[in-house]
Design a protein around this ligand. Structure first.
Ligand SMILES: [Zn+2]
Length: 274
C-alpha cells in the first residue's frame, strides 16, 4: 500500500515559522486573513474615504486630521510598508492557579520613505501579539520631515533630518541632528532600525540614560520623530532648513554623493588660483 504523500518539511521549516528578526515584506499578505482590500469593510470615516478612493495618499489621509484607527488604511495607501520586531519581552506572574506568562511586543513599521510608526501589544501568544503590535504601529504612523538639512552637504536630497529634535521616554533621551550625505546612521542599533524604516539615511544621534532598556529607547526615538513631524514650520523656514519633499529613492546613491563632491558647473574658475 502506498503511503499517502505528506508535504515535505525542509530542514529550514516552512515559511511563516522562520526568524522574526529582519523586516518582513507584507506586500502580498492580504489574503492571509481574508482581508483583501476589496473585501475590507471600513468602520471609520477615514477608512470609508480611503476605500472609496477619495483619499489616495497617506499624506492626504494624515492631513485630514481624522483619527486613523484601521491598519487597512496603511495597507492600501502604503503597500510597501514593512514591519520589524524591535523587542519581545516575557513577563511572568505568579497567580493562585500557577504561573502566567505574557509577552510584550514592540514593533516598528515604515516604508523607508518618510512614513514610520511604533506600536506595542501584550498577550499570551507571541504570534498574535506581534500581529496586533503591527496593527498598532500602523495606526500610529506619522510622516516625518526630511531634507538635506546640512550646509556642509548641499546635495539637495531628502536624506537626513532637517533640524535637531529630542525625544524622551522613561530615563532615555535621544537627540537627532542633521548629518551630511554619506555619514550613515551614527546612532545606536534601535535608533538605526527605526530611522531606516523612516527613510532617514544619515543622522547624528546622541543618547542619555539607560539605552539598554530597548522599549524606552525605541519610544524616545519615536517621540523625537513625532516632534519632527509636528513642529510648526513656516514657508520661509522650509527653504532655510532645506526641507525637501519627494523620495530619497530618486536621489543619487550615497556612494556616488559621498565619493564625488558636487562638481562646479563648467566654466567656473577654479579656486586654486587665489
Ligand atoms: Zn545633503
Amino acid at each position: 500500500m502506498p503511503q499517502p504523500q505528506r508535504p515535505q518539511r525542509g530542514p529550514q521549516g516552512r515559511q511563516g515559522g522562520g526568524s522574526r528578526g529582519g523586516p518582513r515584506r507584507r506586500r502580498r499578505q492580504f489574503d492571509d486573513d481574508n482581508k483583501t482590500p476589496l473585501m475590507w469593510v471600513p468602520k471609520t470615516q477615514l477608512g470609508r474615504l480611503v476605500k472609496s478612493g477619495e483619499i489616495t495618499t497617506m499624506s492626504d489621509a494624515l492631513k485630514t486630521g481624522l483619527p486613523l484607527r484601521e491598519a487597512e488604511i496603511v495597507d492600501i495607501l502604503l503597500p510597501d510598508v514593512v514591519d520589524e520586531v524591535i523587542d519581545v519581552k516575557m513577563v511572568q506572574r505568579m497567580t493562585d492557579s500557577g504561573r502566567r506568562v505574557r509577552f510584550v511586543i514592540t514593533v516598528a513599521v515604515g516604508n523607508s520613505d518618510g512614513f514610520v510608526g511604533l506600536g506595542q501589544s501584550k498577550g499570551k501568544e507571541v504570534g498574535m501579539s506581534i500581529k496586533r503590535a503591527i496593527e498598532n504601529a500602523k495606526i500610529n504612523i506619522i510622516e516625518i520631515r526630511r531634507g538635506c538639512g546640512s550646509w556642509e552637504c548641499r546635495c539637495g536630497t531628502p536624506h537626513t533630518v532637517p533640524f535637531q529634535v529630542t525625544g524622551k521616554s522613561g530615563s532615555v533621551e535621544v537627540t537627532f541632528k542633521p548629518a551630511p550625505r554619506g555619514i550613515g546612521l551614527a546612532t545606536g542599533d534601535v535608533a538605526k532600525k527605526i530611522l531606516k524604516l523612516a527613510g532617514v539615511a544619515d543622522c547624528w544621534g546622541f543618547t542619555e540614560g539607560k539605552t539598554k532598556t530597548v522599549v524606552n529607547y525605541a519610544k524616545s526615538v519615536f517621540n523625537a520623530l513625532m516632534k519632527n513631524a509636528e513642529m510648526r514650520i513656516t514657508e520661509s523656514e522650509i527653504t532655510k532648513l532645506g526641507i525637501l519633499k519627494g523620495s530619497i529613492a530618486m536621489a543619487p546613491p550615497a556612494s556616488v554623493a559621498a565619493s564625488a563632491p558636487p562638481a562646479p558647473p563648467a566654466g567656473t574658475p577654479q579656486p586654486s588660483e587665489g
